[in-house]
Design a protein around this ligand. Structure first.
Ligand code: GTP
Ligand code: MG
Length: 178
C-alpha cells in the first residue's frame, strides 16, 4: 500500500545561543523576537508549506531542542521519527561551527542519516571582510555531511530563513513520498 505522507517531523539543533528559537519565531511570525528565553527541554511548532508539483499542503512539525549540554538525554528522545534535521551554528562564534561534528554524532547515533540543511545564522553580525568562518569551509562541510544546502541566515532581518524549510521540505519530499 502506498501511503502519501503530508506530514514531516523536523528537529532543529546546534549549540545554545546560536539562534534556533529566534529563527523559528521569524519563520512563523515574520518578525525578530529579541527576548526569546533559552529553551528548556523542547518546544514544537507547526507550519504548513506548499512546494511545486505537490497539490496538498505539507505539514511540518518542527521540534526546537535546547542546545545546552545537560539537555542531551532529553534531546535524544525527540530525534525518533524525525525525517529532517536543521543543524545551526553562529557565524560570529567559531566554536559553534567546530562543535557541529558532535551534533552530527549525537543525531546519527540515534536515527542515522536523514535529510538535512546546514545553517550559519547571525550573518548580520559578520563583516564580510573579517569573516573568521569562511563561506567556502561552510559549503565544503555541508557537502561532507550530505546536506541539501548551506544557508546563511539572520533571525534579525529574516534573510535566508524561508530557504531552510523550503529546501528541507523539497529534500524530504523527494526521499519519502511515493
Ligand atoms: P538555546 O535555546 O539555549 O539552545 O538557544 P537558541 O539557539 O534557541 O538561541 P536563541 O534563539 O535563544 O538566541 C540567542 C540569542 O541570539 C538571543 O539574544 C537572540 O536575540 C540572538 N539572535 C538569534 N539570532 C540572531 C541573529 O540572526 N542576529 C542577531 N544579531 N542576533 C540573533
Ligand atoms: Mg532555544
Amino acid at each position: 500500500m502506498n501511503i502519501k505522507t503530508n506530514f514531516f517531523k523536523i528537529c532543529i539543533v546546534g549549540d545554545f545561543g546560536v539562534g534556533k528559537s529566534t529563527l523559528l519565531h521569524h519563520y512563523l511570525e515574520r518578525r525578530f523576537v529579541s527576548d526569546v528565553q533559552s529553551t528548556i527541554g523542547s518546544n514544537f511548532f507547526v507550519k504548513h508549506i506548499k512546494i511545486p508539483n505537490v497539490s496538498n499542503l505539507i505539514t511540518l512539525q518542527i521540534w526546537d531542542l535546547a542546545g545546552q549540554d545537560h539537555f542531551k538525554w532529553v534531546r535524544q528522545a525527540f530525534y525518533k521519527g524525525a525525517k529532517g534535521m536543521v543543524f545551526v551554528f553562529d557565524l560570529a562564534r567559531e566554536e559553534t561551527f567546530n562543535h557541529l561534528s558532535s551534533w552530527l554524532e549525537e543525531v546519527e547515533g540515534t536515527i542515522g542519516y536523514v535529510p538535512r540543511i546546514l545553517v550559519g545564522n547571525k550573518v548580520d553580525l559578520v563583516n564580510p571582510s573579517e569573516r573568521v568562518i569562511l563561506q567556502q569551509d561552510c559549503i565544503d562541510f555541508a557537502h561532507q555531511i550530505k546536506a541539501r544546502s548551506y544557508e546563511e541566515t539572520s533571525a534579525k532581518s529574516g534573510i535566508g530563513v524561508d530557504n531552510i524549510f523550503y529546501n528541507l521540505t523539497l529534500e524530504m519530499n523527494k526521499k519519502y513520498r511515493r
